[in-house]
Ligand binder design. Structure first.
Ligand code: ADP
Ligand code: 5GP
Length: 211
């Protein structure tokens, strides 16, 4: 195949109740596929642990966030656990234009807004194996206060009630198995016909068929 033949970027949206292991699984995916474009969200929440501005999030004040929102800079935004989170549209459009796959780590409200813009994306929902294990993970992570853990647990119920919205469900019990499933969904997503400009070029060139 010619070297300049490539496919279009795909949109992958991963949602999960906080503490399920979404960041852990997304880090593994980004490690294996370093060319992934990652949508770095804006948030009014304070940095946690060794989080760095511009890497995990753009950490901004509420005033800055509200100003960006009123200027129409976000393709989706939501209030989650008392903080504002949003995705800036322009960097996503730039990554897609470059043919990069773009990964979104956002909440269910944001995923629903995003589907209106990027309806051909792949929407994945991760679940913890049980409520008990979710509590254990939230507590053992050691990064959230008791109040924050209670908020996250209360939200989990509403998020799990929305599971039917998603294209794929993955239970994060055994980490390796969950990763294998996430990876499979990503790899299969890249084969969707609407992204395969490379296939279109081959069938046009060799068979004279317009895709
Ligand atoms: P999220 O991003 O969904 O809030 P994290 O990735 O921070 O969750 O994971 C929450 C905690 O659970 C972390 O301490 C992480 O190491 C742990 N964890 C993640 N996946 C598993 C798993 N499959 N089994 C056991 N612990 C896990
Ligand atoms: P955390 O504070 O644990 O990093 O994230 C809390 C929740 O906010 C997670 O479910 C995360 O996916 C979600 N989130 C992070 N960035 C965004 C965003 O840009 N938009 C929306 N809607 N949710 C986000």
């Amino acid at each position: 195949m010619s070297e300049n033949v490539s496919r279009l970027g795909q949109i992958i949206v991963v949602c999960a109740p906080s503490g399920t292991g979404k960041s852990t699984l997304i880090s593994k995916l980004r490690e294996e596929f370093p060319n992934f474009g990652f949508s770095v969200s804006y948030t009014t929440r304070k940095p946690r642990g060794d989080e760095q501005n511009g890497r995990e999030y753009h950490f901004v004040s509420r005033d800055t966030f509200v100003a960006m929102r009123s200027q129409g800079e976000f393709c989706e935004w939501a209030e989650v656990h008392g903080n504002l989170y949003g995705t800036a549209t322009q960097p996503v459009v730039n990554m897609l234009d470059q043919g990069k796959d773009v990964l979104f780590d956002i909440d269910v409200q944001g995923a629903k807004q995003l589907k209106k813009t990027f309806y051909k994306g792949t929407f994945i929902f991760l679940l913890p194996p049980s409520k008990e294990e979710l509590i254990r993970r939230l507590t053992s992570r050691g990064t959230d206060s008791e109040e924050s853990i209670s908020k996250r647990l209360a939200n989990a119920e509403g998020e799990i009630a929305e599971a039917g919205f998603f294209d794929y469900w993955i239970i994060n019990d055994d980490l390796d198995k969950a990763y294998e499933e996430l990876r499979a969904v990503f790899v299969a997503g890249a084969c969707k016909p609407e992204l395969r400009t490379d296939v279109e070029q081959i069938i046009k060139k060799d068979w004279g068929i317009d895709g």
